[in-house]
Design a binder for this molecule. Sequence first.
Ligand code: NAP
Length: 490
Amino acid sequence: MSLISRLPEVEEFLSRVQPLRIDGAEVAGSSELDVVDPSSGSVISRVAGAGAAQVDMAVAAARAALSGPWGRLSPHDRGRLIWNLAELIEARKAIFGQLDALDNGKPFAVARDVDAVWSARHFRYFAGWPDKIEGATIPVSTPNRLNHTRIEPMGVCGLITPWNYPTLMVAWKLAPALAAGNTIVLKPAEQTPLSALYLADLALEAGFPPGVLNVVPGLGGDAGAALAAHPGVDKIGFTGSTATGRQIVMASAGNLKKVSLELGGKAANIIFADADLERAVPGAFWALFGNNGQSCTAGARLFVHRSVHDQVLDGLRKLAEGLSVGPGMDLKGHDLGPVISRVQMDKVLGYIADGRTGGAQCIAGGGRLGDTGWFVQPTILAGVSDDMRVAREEIFGPVLCVLPFDDEDEVLARANDSEYGLAAGCWTRNAGCVARMGAGLHAGTVWINCWGDTDAASPFGGMGQSGYGREMGRDALALYTQTKSVWQGL
Ligand code: NAP
């Protein structure tokens, strides 16, 4: 196996313990964290870990920056800085791609051409917003009064992100938060801190004043918990598991900070009897196996009409057998990389074993791949029933569960029988069914005859225990702004 050569900037970045980035400076942490390449299981670098003291420093820097040059910047110039950052990300997409491929394990080409490029697009979209965040003049009925609204930033925003899309999940939160004029303390996932630290350097290069973006990697229980509970933080934007989301809500109670939550999912994907199987089978396959199943929107419960069930299963099995799985930095290029960690690999293998014990048939994969790194064979479980753990709990790995169904009302009820409600979808050529599914599926996003599309302009978020708040589009600005009503006697 030959690996892609690391870029000189990446070598340099990995060669020293990366400090925290606070107030435009490099700051030591209270601990050091190993950064592991999940493709090999080896430590590739170390980063400083923040504790409560460093989170205090970062929050103070972010607070001060609100009333510094950043707070006085015109909306036009704020947009220009965000645009500058987008341009820098795109120009350095290979660096972002390598950093994410190294600590996350995803294929380098995907990390560069999808994650980094879409992150740049996200910043570009929000670069257009600062001078369009408008209040209103309200026609109040009191004589001799003028009433108008101002849409103001929240203040200091704590952003806490997961490891599955290290750059993109940061972009989803950071771009609208900056467009609205906030300052930021960002805690990236402990497994994937590299691109967030690099982004902090790029923000300074783009012209953002020191203190606007502070990055404090660290453990969730230390840096994350300190940020979520901090009395100087006005808002938490969180993406991660539902269990951690609950902890964040409880921690936020001290100062009643605003919270938005993008949490887990167990998306239902339905193939009806009349679906165009040429599109539906690969569509449903990649709905789960994209990003190695480590997506909150993964189409994990695939309901297939009994009349096409065996044909679909056969198509899925062939696709699984044709997948190439290997290290993110392999010169050959693969479809999928490893899962994020040994813990995650053991968890995924545990779910597969549990499904088999419960009576599911493994028609593809089913075990660990090789003995170096944390690779799991792309796995398809057939004969899954609704009450099995594999059908109810989020596995967050390359395991597709296939469940037969007989009619539309039945499958809609079963699809909606989940505590989650992030995404759902279906494949059909029946216009009536399209309309009924679009209205009836209980999820923040419904995909029909497609899967996984997102766009900076289109709202995204969860129902039920998949969270609250909508990222992207104009809805995202609502998460990072607050409305003030101003009365004036005439
Ligand atoms: P996680 O364990 O909940 O961690 C997410 C982030 O929260 C990490 O930075 C983590 O730090 C931090 N954290 C952990 N405990 C904390 C605490 N007590 N207080 C504050 N922060 C804390 O989730 P994950 O395993 O990284 O990511 C996978 C989950 O994210 C899945 O459930 C997936 O569905 C969800 N997800 C949702 C979306 C969406 O848009 N809805 C997108 C992507 C992922 P450490 O890294 O140190 O643990």
